[in-house]
Design a protein around this ligand. Structure first.
Ligand code: S3P
Length: 741
């Protein structure tokens, strides 16, 4: 029995079918009313209600049920509502709360008006979104409403006390109560419940009518069973629902028939792009819906999932493998493929959460994208002006690259957009792109300190500028070049030191000329991109963990296949070689405008060095793991000129220093770098990665030279750049277990 006080003294439930019976039973079992009286015009159901303990009292007449009750709930077929209201009218005064459980709400309000002349403030229509294909009082279930929604549709002048009591009653039955207008309720239900039932009834009827032997049912597979389950629902009830919600249902049927006709034409005309667009959009929407149903956050929101890495000390690494695709190139392949004329096929695409968020954002803007399937993606380009306004904000997960590059593209679109991201991305500086974009004519709003979300106004005319970047950032350069594709005249960007040039290379691959003059890259606006095929090499930033792993762990040897060795990315190799690493690059080749090679790495005695400052932008993402190499090297390593590390997914200087300290390694942090004296004992301990994927993976590598267990917390974001890291690390010899994954 429940400890809750009764909400009503006497509740009358009129109509003891599945819903009425379940409500009576739930109210009674949970002690939500002093007593529950039931009425049903079928005497058998009524006496069954009493004998099954669904109700306290069986009323012989409507008069007996209604008189003395302070809540009356109609649970009769919706088409019977008006007649029942007529009958109970003489005993129903304004103090009694009147509600119902019908599937259509405007019709209930109209019935009340027709019988009483107006709708009194104590009338609160209701609709529990719960049910079953079973019907009748025998199926009554006191838990039927547990965690289900109940929609109440009070009028504007509804009595707040009546509303709050009815809400408490339903909440007491375990339901989640929401309120909305009757009209909105009917629109929503017509689309989400009534139309699917109609289609299920119609489909089963059509197929069964064509097939006298009912063979379809013998051969039907699971899909048919799932899809048509609701065609076994109560015909009378559904007859009533369709007639009572006629207008809203007709509207949604027309909409659906129109779209179905379009699919028919697409099949008749063999319009693959149309079919794939609709199917991919629907698939993405269905997956999103599944996540909502299972209570997960949207695709890339990992912050809720707690993953811990537990690492046993020591070991050697060996093997030969290919790490996942390059993140920078994966983002860009989707962006340029979407804006190109024609179909772009991508292989080696990184199926990490960051690049998947970019892919989803373009789907949200109407681009048909097939895959990803084992790194294969096919993008049906819509042309430079073919993007459509998204229905909501574009969610870019953890990815600074995505947000900054999108900013350049969105500033030039005809529609407004909003760019959002997870907790880490929401702290990162966007002024570095918003300011120069504004100088080009863009209208952009950010939160305080230039943080996301970025709200970008559409329909602005952009004009090319020359920009001298204050920091060496490929993201800023790329953002401005992408905006420059749409700007009047030429847009040029000068970098203070070389940064990754994937945007420039890939634009050339799509047939868009990029001028290069020493440190300055420029584009002229107004051109077009032509679709091409892209082979994304393995990400050198992901390979870096294994380059360091094999270098520091004794008796190790690894071969990493098909790694991108673009000279603007090879800082990690240059730095490790200066430290004495044994790294061999072979099978060098050029694929789709990017240099690629296989890399062999063997254990070596590393020594500390002063890291040349010109290598910093070329190794910008690899410093966390280079700090681990430095901790294992002989002598002192000094890093300077790396203040950019403080505004990555975390403050990578401080978070690494804290992590190293937690495992027993002292360092000296400076404003723009760090000093690490190698050779200290890595004792083991608990490290907080602050949700930064590269910090988490770096400490996994450190375990190879540790003397005790290392626990790394907050590791779910490893999936943003390196899906499958744990398995790969295990296979090559790192003693890692992921908890909570
Ligand atoms: C990236 C550029 C770099 C890098 C990031 C990816 C890119 O950022 O750290 O992981 O794809 O353009 P900055 O441009 O901010 O240095």
């Amino acid at each position: 029995m429940s400890a809750q006080p009764p909400v009503f003294n006497r509740v009358a439930v009129i109509g003891l079918g599945l819903i009425g019976g379940s409500l009576a039973c739930a109210v009674r079992r949970r002690g939500l009313a002093g007593s529950v009286v039931g009425y049903d015009k079928r005497p058998d159901e009524l006496s069954l209600g009493e004998s099954l303990g669904v109700i306290d009292e069986a009323a012989d007449s409507l008069e007996q049920a209604v008189k003395g009750s302070d809540l009356v709930v109609l649970a009769v077929p919706v088409r019977a509502t008006r007649a029942v209201l007529q009958e109970i009218k003489p005993w129903l005064d304004d103090a009694v709360v009147l509600s119902d459980v019908g599937s259509t709400k405007t019709s209930f309000v109209e019935d009340v008006k027709a019988v009483f002349g107006s709708v009194s403030p104590s009338v609160i229509p209701g609709h529990p979104i719960a049910g079953s294909e079973k019907s009748g009082i025998r199926a009554a279930n006191p838990d039927l409403f547990n965690n289900h929604k109940v929609i109440l549709t009070p009028g504007d002048d509804a009595d707040p006390q009546a509303l709050s009591s009815l809400r408490s009653l339903w909440e007491g039955c375990g339901a989640n109560v929401l309120t909305m207008s009757p009209r909105y309720h009917d629109e929503v239900l017509a689309a989400t419940s009534h139309l699917p039932h109609l289609i299920a009834f119609s489909l089963v009827d059509t197929l069964a009518g064509e097939d006298e032997n009912m063979d379809i049912f013998r051969y039907a597979a699971g899909g048919f069973r799932d899809f048509t389950r609701i065609a076994a629902s109560d015909p009378v009830m559904w007859h009533d629902i369709f007639l009572s919600n006629r207008e809203a249902v007709l509207r949604v049927i027309d909409h659906f028939t129109h779209d179905l006709d379009q699919l028919r034409s697409a099949i008749a005309d063999q319009d693959s792009a149309k079919l794939l667009r609709v199917f991919s959009r629907a698939k993405a929407a269905r997956e999103h819906f599944s996540k909502i149903l299972s209570g997960q956050a949207f695709v890339t929101n990992h912050s809720d999932k707690q993953v811990t890495f537990r690492l046993q000390p020591g070991g050697a690494v060996s093997g030969e493998f290919r790490v996942p695709g390059d993140k920078s190139m994966s983002h860009r392949s989707i962006m340029l493929g979407a804006l190109a004329e024609g179909v772009t096929e991508v292989t080696g695409f990184l199926e990490g959460e960051d690049s998947l968020a970019t892919l989803q954002a373009f789907r949200d803007m109407g681009v048909t994208i097939e895959g990803p399937d084992n790194g294969f993606v096919r993008i049906h380009g819509v042309g430079m002006k073919g993007l459509q306004a998204p229905r909501g904000p574009l969610y870019l997960g953890n990815s600074g690259t995505a947000m900054r590059l999108f900013a350049g593209l969105m500033a030039a679109q005809s529609f407004n957009s909003e760019l959002t991201g997870d907790a880490s991305l929401s702290k990162r500086p966007m002024g570095r792109v918003a300011d120069p974009l504004r100088a080009m004519g863009a209208v952009i709003d950010t939160e305080g300190g230039g943080r996301p979300p970025m709200r970008i106004k559409g329909g602005q005319k952009l004009t090319g500028i020359h920009y001298e970047m204050p920091m060496a950032s490929a993201q800023v350069k790329s953002c401005l070049l992408l905006a420059g594709l749409y700007a009047d005249g030429s847009t040029s960007v000068t970098e203070p030191a070389p940064t990754r040039d994937h945007t420039e290379r890939m634009l050339s691959g799509f047939g868009y000329h990029v001028y290069r003059d020493g440190p300055t890259a420029s584009v002229s606006g107004g051109g077009e991109l032509s679709a091409t095929n892209i082979d994304v090499p393995a990400d050198i930033s992901s390979a870096a963990f294994f380059l360091v792993a094999a270098s520091i762990a004794p008796e190790s040897e690894l071969v990493l296949r098909h790694v991108g060795i673009n000279p603007t990315r090879t800082g990690v190799i240059n730095i490790l070689k200066l430290m004495g690493a044994d790294i061999d690059i072979f099978n060098e080749r050029e694929i789709g405008g990017e240099p690629v090679a296989d890399i062999r790495v063997r254990s070596a005695e590393l020594k500390g060095i002063d890291i040349p400052e010109d290598q910093v932008p070329l190794a910008i993402d690899e410093f966390p793991v280079l700090f681990i190499a430095a901790a294992c090297a002989k002598g002192r390593t000094v890093l300077r000129g790396a203040e950019e590390l403080r505004v990555k997914e975390s403050d990578r200087i401080q978070v690494m220093a804290d992590g190293l300290e937690a495992v027993g390694v002292k360092t000296t942090v400076t404003a723009d770098g760090i000093v690490i004296d190698g050779g200290q004992t890595i004792a083991g301990g608990v490290v907080n990665s602050h949700g930064d994927h590269r910090i988490a993976m770096s400490f996994a590598v450190a375990s190879l030279r540790a003397e005790g267990e290392i626990e790394v917390r907050d590791c779910a974001n490893v999936a943003t750049s390196f899906p499958g890291f744990v398995e790969l690390a295990q296979n090559c010899g790192i003693q890692i277990a992921a908890e909570g994954a």
